[in-house]
Design a protein around this ligand. Sequence first.
Ligand code: ZN
Length: 113
Amino acid sequence: MHELEITRSLVNVALDEAKKANARKLKSVTVVLGEMSGAVDDSVAFYFELMTKDTIGEGAKINFRKVPMQAQCRNCGSTVNPKDIFWECEKCHSMDIEMTAGKELYIESIEVD
Ligand SMILES: [Zn+2]
């Protein structure tokens, strides 16, 4: 997928924040990762290790907080658990479904020294 680009921006943000905090070392990064974000945690972790080499982030740990997908019916407001790509509200059978969680992809926190 697009993990290379995704990870590049995550690393940039993390290193920027670490520098702003006058850190000597970036120790860990926690990333919120939605189930439907399109990024695979293992790939992100792999690129993260590569891209932090020779920076203050070298050897930093990357943690993921996974967010499951959640959706809501726009018609009646009930929570929908989409089982496949054909989304339908079980209550009112509307197909007007909005994803309310699961696309998250951002840095929640960093730990520095
Ligand atoms: Zn509904």
